[in-house]
Design a binder for this molecule. Structure first.
Ligand SMILES: Cc1cc2nc3c(=O)[nH]c(=O)nc-3n(C[C@H](O)[C@H](O)[C@H](O)COP(=O)(O)OP(=O)(O)OC[C@H]3O[C@@H](n4cnc5c(N)ncnc54)[C@H](O)[C@@H]3O)c2cc1C
Length: 430
């Protein structure tokens, strides 16, 4: 099998890169092993919300110089401010074009309401989420109803309501809570392990008396001006939720639940269907296992299902994610990238050969091992044995040198590096 580009990993980074490359006429294959982080994520994407010294970043543009000074190996610092901003705008356009249903822009972070009633900075959020501009002093509605689903434990209305009013932007609000019963869900209720957002949404979309649900929501809302619901309504896209909104005539908002997250799953499905519509080939359920090199280039990769019939390509993109997705693997005394055995780097506190430097003493503190990942240069080419491989690039969470959880930049790094690599490949000969 011969392609222009072979991408390993079909999460946010791999699919974004694949779509951009297909749009530029490159023939791509994505080898993908399993679920991706986006299936569990909040439905919001962060560009940069915090600096390494702990200061809040209100906008990427303002915070960039400090980031570059404090953490020069951060992928953004390698790529450079102007190109990161250009790619952020490019992703906003792409998201609009393929109808990812995201709101926000790279000029300023906005604040999104979290499932626990806190406020967190974000770059782009699902358009159905309750959000505020950083400068907005008060949420525009006074009476909010937070509605849970009876017996569903992955969303706690009372906890959310109690915390929400602690934020000055919600201090003027009266927040009431109530539960929807939805009789169609009764048989799921008998097994708590099956009473999850994915099962609920599948049952509601296909078996539900829609009019009854609308009536129940209206009744439970009890005249509230805004209604917050757990994201359990519509697994493929936001159509079912928007229909509910229209039929109820209420200001309905969705909030992410404990994972799995329908907001992320919808984004994943949309990205995947656009990659395939653009002519890309998805090899789902397959796993890249090893690679063969020809001098300073990768010549082919072998996968679990294609042990003999290797995949040849002009360019290879490693988009295999972090520990969560097995893009990185940890033994007791070694962290490694299993397909190419690329060089590993981390933030300054992390030392690959000092096991005790991998973790912080305080459980809730940022953990240095989370910054581990493959070493890249400004073109996102992967380093192996101290040399950059000509036709091998890394994108997304597999890249090392920064802690995306701590800095609030995980999805931003995924899409920015994906678009940078797509552009570099399109510009390269061969
Ligand atoms: C619970 C949770 C909440 C989050 N919330 C936010 C948030 O609020 N804001 C934000 O910005 N980010 C958030 N993130 C992070 C964000 O989702 C990730 O940064 C982003 O989705 C990573 O994308 P990726 O493509 O780099 O990696 P992944 O999504 O990990 O994708 C990697 C893919 O590669 C596959 N793979 C791995 N190895 C191989 C192999 N050898 N062969 C074939 N396939 C392979 C994996 O199966 C996986 O599908 C959250 C993540 C989680 C888990």
């Amino acid at each position: 099998m011969k392609f222009d580009v072979a991408i390993i990993g079909g999460g946010l980074a791999g699919l974004t890169c694949g779509i951009a490359l297909q749009q530029q006429g490159k023939r791509c294959v994505i080898v993908n092993n399993g679920q991706a982080a986006i299936d569990f994520s909040s439905g919001s994407m962060d560009l940069l919300t915090q600096l390494p010294d702990g200061k809040k970043a209100e906008s990427f543009e303002q915070a960039y110089e400090q980031l570059e000074r404090q953490l020069p190996q951060h992928p953004y610092a390698l790529i450079g401010k102007a190109r990161v901003l250009e790619k952020a705008r490019r992703f906003e356009q792409l998201a609009q074009q393929i109808k990812l249903g995201l709101a926000g822009d790279s000029e300023h972070n906005h604040l999104r309401v979290t499932p626990l009633g806190g406020l967190r900075g974000a770059w782009l959020s699902a358009a159905s989420l309750p959000v505020l501009a950083e400068t907005e002093s008060a949420f525009p509605y006074q009476h909010i109803a937070v509605l849970g689903i009876e017996g569903y434990h992955d969303f706690q209305p009372q906890l959310l309501a109690d915390n929400l009013v602690q934020n000055p932007q919600f201090a003027h609000c009266r927040v009431t809570t109530a539960y929807l019963h939805i009789p169609e869900l009764d048989h799921l209720r008998t097994n708590a392990r099956e009473f999850r957002s994915v099962n609920i949404s599948q049952l509601l979309e296909h078996k539900l008396a829609f009019g009854d649900l609308v009536r129940e929501i209206k009744q439970a809302a009890a005249g509230a001006q805004a209604v917050f619901l757990p994201a359990c309504f519509g697994i493929d896209d936001a159509v079912f939720f928007n229909n509910l909104k229209q039929a109820s005539g209420l200001n309905l908002y969705e909030l992410p639940t404990l994972p799995p997250s329908l907001l992320g799953i919808r984004q994943h499905k949309t990205l995947r269907s656009h990659f395939e519509q653009a002519g890309g080939l998805m090899l789902n359920g397959d796993k890249a296992q090893s690679a063969e090199f020809d001098g300073n280039r990768v010549s082919r990769i072998f996968t679990r299902l294609h042990r003999k019939d290797a995949i040849f390509a002009d360019h290879f993109v490693l988009a295999s994610g972090s520990f969560f997705s097995n893009g990185l693997v940890s033994d007791f005394d070694r962290i490694y990238e299993p397909v190419f055995e690329a060089d590993i780097i981390g933030a300054p506190q992390f030392k690959q050969d000092e096991r005790l430097s991998w973790t912080a003493h305080r459980f809730a503190a940022p953990q240095p091992y989370q910054s581990a990942g493959v070493a890249i240069n400004s073109a996102c080419q992967v380093q192996k044995c101290g040399r950059f491989i000509e036709n091998l690039y890394a994108i997304g969470n597999v890249i090392g040198g920064y802690n995306g959880l701590e800095l609030g930049c995980s999805s931003g790094v995924s899409v920015i590096t994906a678009l940078v690599v797509a552009e570099n490949i399109a510009a390269a000969q061969g």
